[in-house]
Design a protein around this ligand. Structure first.
Ligand SMILES: Nc1nc2c(c(=O)[nH]1)N[C@H]1C(S)=C(S)[C@@H](COP(=O)(O)OP(=O)(O)OC[C@H]3O[C@@H](n4cnc5c(=O)[nH]c(N)nc54)[C@H](O)[C@@H]3O)O[C@H]1N2
Ligand SMILES: Nc1nc2c(c(=O)[nH]1)N[C@H]1C(S)=C(S)[C@@H](COP(=O)(O)OP(=O)(O)OC[C@H]3O[C@@H](n4cnc5c(=O)[nH]c(N)nc54)[C@H](O)[C@@H]3O)O[C@H]1N2
Ligand code: SF4
Ligand SMILES: [Mo]
Length: 869
């Protein structure tokens, strides 16, 4: 019997798409887009569409563990509570810390913040949103007096000009990208400008791409501000009635040297002209802005331009900070950053008192706590003696990540609440608490447009895993705070959170969902997505009403400055990092999906062909990236989409899936002086070729224990593991070593073919394939994968395998939904397909989620250029 569809929300990006999940009765579920959800209106991207492939339990953490041994919940919870009690008694409350996540649900998040700030007596709780949103939060507060995102998603569709700054929307918020793409198709006069040093897939819809010098956004928006003022684009009434500080900001802007951006004067002039002429202008920005040592100034430099022109809070206009994680906004609402309190309150004396009275808190934190990077420094220095990590993987995602790992290993009381058994952070922590995951959890999340949606469970809780709020309140009870944590379920917590938002508010704080305090359990269960801050046509600040005491917004004088760590002779390259289309962060979930593995199967560093050849590097080589902090080893991809002198590497690969692919081992820990957000987009590095004597591809039904080799990366195949390997040993030694490794876990007859291919084939079924070459053979995995799909090989197929495989899937995967390869799309184009529709008709590529359409268009363009040449 199958159950009915459950309406829930995607657990990945901050778009917050609605999903209908239909359990199949066998532990899995069908995943479909929710047509009635305001965020996606029936769309899903490749990651959302593949969620059904991430539900298996095989790699889940299902029981509490201490020092690697399974223990009961009672023992685990007692140990955590005793540990916190003892540490606080001996060293004071500031010796303990929580490090939490924008992937917790609001109810979990609220519980963590309440426990530590109201009852443990410290604000040493920070969230991975420090790495993500902190600069936007600080910039909003400086300008508006509150952390308010004024606009709505529909503003992107209503705008005449959409400026995307430091955002790779096509890959990171694909459904919003598709909404803009569709709006532009319907109204071609609409213009899109992309501001990004890299030429990303997002540039596919750009009328203008400003490939500015990394870190120079403040200069760019200062130049824009001065230019707008000079052209008479100032909204004098708005500025006079609702703002202050223009003169100082303008003076600094007028003194800014446009040359700092490294852009052509004509491009700058076009940008100014379009911005000046388009009243309906939206500036959407993301990590190219936030993750910077000048992140807060970048945010304010952008907001200044919108205040000057009065383009804020009305349909089709405004600055728009897009959030990354599904509940980054919820985290801001519960106040889980170390420098915020709760419900959009800060550490002012009256606010501390108000929250303490509301919570009945015996030991209220009275000042801000440590921010993420400082927090782990304090763990390393031994000032923090107990740390509890929830729903984040800091051993991979914080900068200077080897130091983070060392700090955790040296910490007496390191606790992690996790859904997955094998992560680099779980490996480094002593106490491991099994958490429920997306399909099992219950609660709410808030998306980028302040939209609150329910996440509803559709699968039963596995093993002994528990939801994060339950774990927290059990620890609270053991510490003697049972009454304040006596929630029977998530609805109780949500009502309390809603009541706090309205408590002694009276319009002084933007965040007020007091109406929800009266929801009964049934109403909470059936809660439909809604946006806080008023009806759907309501935006903030159209008529002023800012949250500074004088109700005016502030212009901020932002002086352009270079990133903290400049490149030097020994490390002349600038390492930029970010995301790829089909992986989510540290791959604990997307890494399980076969169809998501094909798009970017290995950790890759992109650099300009000139920089590559200057270092003797060719496409497919293995390179080491080293910085003053650490090193990482990746495969090289030469591409002119990055500027000369710059390199780009994805953040996703961990020690679980690649030997030295953890890029954050090399990333610098410099932070913005106001927000404390790390500069994850700008690390001076040098890149050198590693001299590999052999390269190999292994496909194996059962995972391998690989010997010590320079490079390996593992990815998920359909019913097998795929490895890409390379090393410095002699070819003969490699052959022996790898054959032994393959055969240890994949026993059976060992057949040796030609071209250094060998395979274990048992009863006609392939158990494993090993292919070794002297130079990198990029197509090997695609040539051998088809044989792993067969239950029984014919003699002819076996011979084909042992002679080097088949060319069916040449060129790697492009469409994740239907598993269509680049080769198949190129063949369709060669066959006469000249449009997206024609490619779709011939191959199905691009006809489902649409995430690959920018890449399909790039192949069409390439073919057109080749034909014209
Ligand atoms: N596929 C996928 N989607 C995701 C995620 C994921 O892991 N995978 N994660 C989600 C999360 S949590 C987040 S925060 C978002 C992030 O979403 P985005 O911010 O769009 O993604 P990033 O790739 O981190 O960085 C964006 C761009 O900033 C550019 N950049 C670097 N330096 C500068 C600079 O100095 N100025 C400017 N203007 N640009 C610069 C980079 O070249 C990069 O293209 O994505 C969310 N969506
Ligand atoms: N170099 C570089 N580094 C970066 C970035 C970058 O652009 N460049 N981006 C930064 C940004 S913006 C972000 S947001 C971070 C993201 O970095 P992380 O937060 O470290 O990445 P995730 O892989 O999303 O980690 C979430 C973890 O929570 C687990 N989990 C999932 N659901 C639950 C649950 O319900 N409960 C519990 N307890 N656990 C759960 C997952 O298995 C996973 O291990 O990375 C940051 N680091
Ligand atoms: S755009 Fe994709 S990842 Fe983001 S919420 Fe929607 S389906 Fe999920
Ligand atoms: Mo993020």
């Amino acid at each position: 019997m199958t159950a009915a569809g459950v309406h829930t929300t995607c657990p990945y990006c901050g778009v917050g798409c609605g999903i209908v999940a239909t359990p199949d009765g066998r532990g899995g579920a069908g995943i479909a887009a929710d047509h009635d959800h305001p965020a996606n209106q029936g769309r899903l991207c490749s990651k959302g569409a593949a969620l059904g492939e991430t539900l298996s339990l095989e790699d889940r953490l299902l029981h509490p563990e201490i020092d690697g041994r399974r223990v009961s919940w009672d023992v685990a919870l007692d140990t955590v509570a005793d540990g916190f009690r003892r540490t606080i008694a001996e060293h004071g409350p500031d010796a303990v810390a929580f490090y939490v996540s924008g992937q917790l649900l609001t109810e979990d998040y609220y519980a963590a913040n309440k426990l530590i700030k109201g009852f443990l007596g410290t604000a040493n709780i920070d969230t991975n949103s420090r790495l993500c949103m902190a600069s936007s939060v600080a910039g909003h507060k400086r300008a508006f007096g509150s952390d308010t995102v004024p606009g709505r998603y529909e503003d992107f569709e209503l705008a005449d000009l959409v400026v995307l700054v430091g955002s790779n929307l096509a890959w990171c918020h694909p459904v919003l990208f598709q909404r803009i793409e569709a709006a532009k198709r319907a109204r071609p006069s609409m213009k899109v400008v992309v501001v990004d040093p890299r030429r990303t897939e997002t540039c596919d819809i750009a009328d203008l791409h400003l490939a500015l010098k990394p870190g120079s956004d403040v200069a760019l928006f200062n130049v824009l501000l001065a230019g707008l003022s000079a052209r008479g684009a100032t909204d004098g009434r708005f500025v006079a009635q609702h703002t202050s500080g223009l003169a100082e900001a303008l003076a600094v802007a007028q003194a800014t040297d446009a040359a700092a951006c490294g852009l052509a004067a004509s491009d700058l002039a076009t940008f100014l002209d379009w911005f000046a002429r388009s009243e309906k202008a939206v500036t959407l920005y993301s990590q190219g802005v936030n993750q910077s040592s000048a992140g807060v100034d970048k945010v304010n430099a952008i907001i200044n331009c919108h205040l000057l022109t009065g383009r804020i809070g009305r349909a089709g206009m405004g600055p728009f900070s897009i959030t990354g994680q599904p509940n980054a906004m919820g985290g801001r609402e519960v106040g889980a950053l170390s420098n915020t309190l709760a419900a959009h309150m800060d550490f002012g004396p009256a606010e501390i008192d108000r929250v303490a009275r509301f919570w009945g808190a015996p030991r209220m934190a009275t000042r801000p706590g440590l921010k993420a990077v400082e927090l782990f420094d304090a763990v390393r220095a031994g000032r923090i003696k107990a740390v509890w990590i929830m729903a984040t993987n800091p051993v991979d995602s914080l900068p200077d990540a080897d130091a983070v790992r060392a700090a955790l290993r040296a910490c007496d009381l390191s606790i992690v609440s996790e859904a997955i058994r094998a992560t680099d952070t779980v490996d480094a922590c002593r106490i491991r608490l099994p958490a429920l995951a997306w399909a099992e959890k219950d609660g709410t999340v808030t998306n980028s447009e302040r939209g609150i949606s329910r996440q509803r469970p559709f699968l039963p809780p596995p093993g002994e895993a528990k939801q994060d709020w339950w774990i927290l309140s059990e620890v609270a009870k053991r510490l003697g705070y049972g009454q304040a944590f006596a929630w029977r379920g998530v609805a109780d917590i949500f009502r309390e959170h809603a009541a706090l938002s309205a408590f002694e508010n009276a319009g002084t704080r933007d965040f007020d969902i007091g109406d929800c305090a009266a929801l009964d359990d049934a109403a909470y269960d059936s809660l439909r997505p809604f946006t806080w801050g008023g009806a759907s046509d309501k935006r903030f600040f159209g008529d002023g009403g800012f949250f500074h005491a004088d109700r005016r917004a502030r212009f901020i004088a932002t002086t352009a400055r270079a990133p903290v760590n400049a490149p030097q002779a020994a490390r002349p390259m600038i390492l930029n990092t970010g995301r790829v289309r089909d992986q989510w962060h540290t791959m604990t979930r997307t890494g399980k999906s076969v169809r998501l593995a094909g798009h970017r199967p290995e950790p890759t560093v992109e650099l300009h062909p000139g920089d590559a050849s200057a270092r003797g590097l060719a496409d497919g080589d293995i390179a080491e990236m080293s910085s003053a902090w650490g090193r990482s080893v990746m495969r090289v991809h030469a591409s002119d989409s990055v500027r000369p002198g710059e390199a780009f590497a994805p953040m996703h690969w961990t020690a679980q899936v690649s030997r030295a692919g953890r890029i954050n081992a090399a990333v610098n820990p410099a932070v913005d002086p106001i927000s404390g957000q790390p500069e994850l987009k700008h690390t001076p590095v040098e890149i050198r070729r590693l001299d590999m004597r052999w390269h190999g591809t292994i496909l194996a039904r059962r995972a391998l224990m690989l010997p010590e080799i320079s490079y390996w990366a593992r990815m998920q195949g359909a019913g097998y593991h795929a490895y890409s390997v390379a090393g410095e040993q002699s070819f003969a030694v490699a052959q022996r070593m790898l054959a032994a490794a393959v055969r240890t876990t994949n026993p059976g007859p060992w057949l040796v073919g030609e071209k250094n291919v060998a395979a274990v084939i048992s009863d006609g079924r392939v158990e494993a394939i090993l292919s070794l070459t002297e130079t990198h053979d990029a197509g090997a995995r695609d040539r051998f994968a088809p044989f792993m799909a067969l239950d029984r090989l014919s003699d002819a197929q076996r011979d084909q395998l042992l002679h080097g495989g088949t060319d069916m899937h040449r060129g790697g995967e492009i469409c994740a939904c239907f598993g269509v390869s680049c080769g198949a799309v190129e063949a369709a184009i060669a066959d006469g397909a000249t449009s997206l529709a024609a490619i779709g008709a011939q191959t199905q590529a691009g006809t489902s989620c649409g995430s690959c359409r920018p890449e399909l268009r790039a192949l069409l363009r390439k073919a057109r250029l080749a034909k014209a040449a």
